[in-house]
Structure formats: structure tokens, C-alpha cells
Design a protein around this ligand. Structure first.
Ligand code: ADP
Ligand code: MG
Length: 381
């Protein structure tokens, strides 16, 4: 069994700082092992250019070993060399082998069929549980699925079920909270959902960009005015649009020496930028989403990495943790915020796919999911 996982865990100074992606794989891996499978686990890690010892998956193999309480054999190569194929065939049923970082080989990103063939050499079946990678047409995601009977893991099944409901028939009223920095990335999602949406709450760079377009002074804040025409056009006559009524301004996002509250319409102090929503905005947002039945949150409301600008994001997170609506959180930084604030278990779902979840909600076909649908294999279970 070949299991493509998304174990691209965040690391600092050679240690894993967040084990969430490893934990998310356990149900699928356990299920396969309990059925007596021998499993090759493969993932990419970071963005290596060629072979890079600092991005070896050996550390991930050790972390996985601790989580599943069974030995995980790690080979320092990708794809297989003849010795490792022999080693794999000699591990007992229920054994696990982890390959080296898939992206050490250029064949991975090139969706190279020969590379995929070599990856699958010792196995009979292919399972993909790397939802966060399904928007990439890479060899271990697309080409590999065409070579063996291919199946989705439990994580992908759950992501698709929840995100498809959100996209196609959400319980109404349906509200989106849209913040973060990447304005252009969010527009497509909002536009695609707009006729099923009852309202959008804007924070972060998205809110500041829209307000600037309406002539509101935003000081030195960074905005993406080019994306603006699209925002307004695509959302006109659609859902209710709710913008902040006040902001917290500062001179530096990481180490501010001045901080002030600025009502929308007032001039921010010279040289400052809006780094968070203000208290009146938090109150307004709370009232607006009180009656929602479904809420999708993507994009922090401010620079939550800095304590002075985290209040908006924290307040919204607390609000969502107590809300009776079906709450889904998507986006890499939003999911990280939800976990670091300890609310991940209090909402219906925190997506493990950043870009993949957004592309799915935008109505795009994800190459990795398409490849699984087109597999003609028979179910190994
Ligand atoms: P996600 O990964 O959840 O989709 P983004 O990548 O779009 O979200 O944005 C996350 C980043 O946006 C965070 O690092 C946060 O600091 C930044 N951010 C949020 N609000 C602001 C703001 N007002 N000014 C500058 N950066 C902001
Ligand atoms: Mg991000």
C-alpha cells in the first residue's frame, strides 16, 4: 500500500512545532495497518531545491513512530532503490516504511510518470490522504493514482464532504468572515459562493482595500487596489457586506511603538497602518453573525502574530467557539490561529488544506481529487 500523506509539518531549528498534520493522518493509517497492510508513507517537506539534508523526512518518521507506537523504517532515498524494495518486502504485515522527501526528485513536481512508477514499484494499491496537496498536479498525487487501484483516505473524504456541503447547499443564513492578507486569493471564493451567501464580514487587508476604494483614509496600510474592481463588481446586489467601523493602527506590525484606535473616516496618525479591527467592529460583527446557521472563516482579522494586534482575531475565534452554527475554518494562517487559540475542537471543522480548500470552494476541479475519481481500481477492503 502506498499512502500519500501531507506531513509537511512546520519546523523551527530542526524540531516540529505543530503535529497537527501527523495527527490528522492517524485514522487512515491505523485503518490500513489494522487490516494488515504494509504501508509506504510518502510526503513532501518544505521547498527543497534538490537534495537538502535539512529537509529530510527522517524527523517526521520519528515523530510518526511515537504517535502510532510502532516502528517506522525510514529510507534516505526517493524513489526506491533495489535494496529498499527488498527491505520493504521483508517487513511484516502492519509495518510502515517512510520514503525520503518526495520533492528531492524533480519528477515529483513535473508529474513524471516514470518517477511515479518507481514510487509504486513494491505496492499493489494507492491511497491519497493529502488533501492539502490535491490542488497540485504532482507525480505522487496525479500520475501515481493512474497506476494502481486508487482510493481516498478518511481525511480527504471528510474534507470533501464538509466543504462540498458548504459550497453547494449550506444551511442558511450562511455568512463568511473574510480577512487575511492575500486579497486576490479570497475574491474568487467569495464570488463563487455569493448567490448562496447571506452576508460577508470583512477584516484584515480585504476590508482595508475595500474601504480605501470608497475613499476612506487608510494611512500607510498596504492594500491591493488592483483586486478592488473585482470585489465590488462580483458582490454587488448579492449578500450583505459588513465592513469594520474602527481599526487599531500602529507604526510597525511586529514591534509597534505607537498604537491607537481610529474610527473609520478619521485620519490615522502619520506613518501608521491599520493592523487590527477595533472594539466597535468586534461588537458589530458579533451582532451580525448571531443568527447565522453556517459560518466559514478564512483569513485573520488582523496581524494576530503580534499580541497588540491579536484582539480582533481572538474575539472572533472565541465567538465562533461558542456559536451554535456549523463553523468551518479554512486557510493556512486561519487554521494556525484557531489551533493556537485552542478553539479547533469547538468548531465543526478546521480544514487541513489552505490553498486546496479555497480552490475547492471556488468551484475549481482539484487535480488530485479528479485523479482518484478516474481510477478504475477495485476496492482492496
Ligand atoms: P490564510 O492563510 O488564513 O488564508 P492569509 O494568508 O490571507 O490567510 O493572511 C494571513 C496573514 O494576514 C497573517 O499573517 C496576518 O498577519 C495578516 N494580516 C491580517 N490582517 C492584516 C492587516 N490589517 N495588515 C497586514 N497584515 C494583516
Ligand atoms: Mg496564508
Amino acid at each position: 500500500m502506498f499512502l500519500r500523506a501531507d506531513l509537511n509539518v512546520p519546523m523551527q531549528d530542526g524540531t516540529i512545532t505543530d503535529h497537527n498534520r501527523i495527527d490528522a493522518l492517524i485514522p487512515t493509517l491505523d485503518g490500513l495497518l489494522q487490516r494488515g497492510a504494509r504501508v509506504v508513507v510518502a510526503t513532501h517537506l518544505g521547498r527543497p531545491r534538490g537534495h537538502d539534508a535539512n529537509l529530510s523526512t527522517a524527523i517526521v518518521a520519528r515523530a510518526l513512530e511515537q504517535r502510532i507506537q510502532r516502528p517506522v523504517m525510514h529510507v534516505h532515498e526517493v524513489p526506491f532503490e533495489p535494496d529498499s524494495i527488498e527491505a520493504f518486502s521483508s517487513i511484516p504485515s502492519g509495518g510502515v516504511l517512510m520514503l525520503e522527501n518526495l520533492r528531492f526528485d524533480p519528477g515529483e513536481k513535473n508529474n513524471d510518470l516514470d518517477f511515479a512508477t518507481a514510487l509504486l514499484e513494491p505496492v499493489q494499491y494507492y491511497v491519497n490522504d493529502a488533501f492539502g496537496c490535491c490542488h497540485r498536479a504532482h507525480a505522487s498525487i496525479v500520475a501515481a493514482a493512474s497506476l494502481r487501484p486508487a482510493f481516498a483516505g478518511l481525511l480527504i473524504e471528510r474534507e470533501v464532504e464538509i466543504l462540498a456541503r458548504l459550497r453547494d447547499h449550506p444551511a442558511r443564513p450562511f455568512w463568511v468572515i473574510a480577512g487575511g492578507a492575500k486579497v486576490r486569493d479570497k475574491i474568487g471564493v467569495l464570488a463563487h459562493l455569493s448567490d448562496r451567501l447571506d452576508g460577508i464580514i470583512f477584516g484584515g487587508g480585504l476590508a482595508i482595500t475595500i474601504l480605501q476604494g470608497r475613499g476612506v483614509p487608510v494611512g500607510a496600510s498596504r492594500t491591493e487596489p488592483d483586486a478592488l474592481g473585482e470585489v465590488e463588481d462580483r458582490l454587488a446586489n448579492g449578500p450583505e457586506l459588513v465592513l469594520p467601523v474602527d481599526f487599531i493602527a500602529g507604526d510597525d506590525p511586529n514591534a509597534p511603538s505607537t498604537i491607537s484606535r481610529v474610527s473609520v473616516g478619521d485620519q490615522p496618525p502619520e506613518g501608521t497602518m491599520f493592523f487590527d479591527i477595533g472594539p466597535d467592529s468586534i461588537d458589530l460583527f458579533r451582532q451580525k453573525i448571531a443568527t447565522a446557521a453556517t459560518i466559514f472563516w478564512n483569513g485573520p482579522l488582523g496581524v494576530f502574530e503580534t499580541a497588540a494586534f491579536a484582539e480582533g482575531t481572538e474575539a472572533i475565534a472565541r465567538m465562533l467557539a461558542q456559536h451554535s452554527a456549523e463553523v468551518v475554518i479554512g486557510g493556512g494562517d486561519s487554521a494556525a490561529a484557531a489551533r493556537s487559540l485552542g478553539i479547533a475542537d469547538d468548531v465543526a471543522h478546521v480544514s487541513t488544506g489552505g490553498g486546496a480548500a479555497l480552490e475547492f470552494l471556488e468551484g475549481r476541479t482539484l487535480p488530485g481529487l479528479e485523479a482518484l475519481e478516474h481510477s478504475t481500481g477495485t476496492d482492496p477492503r
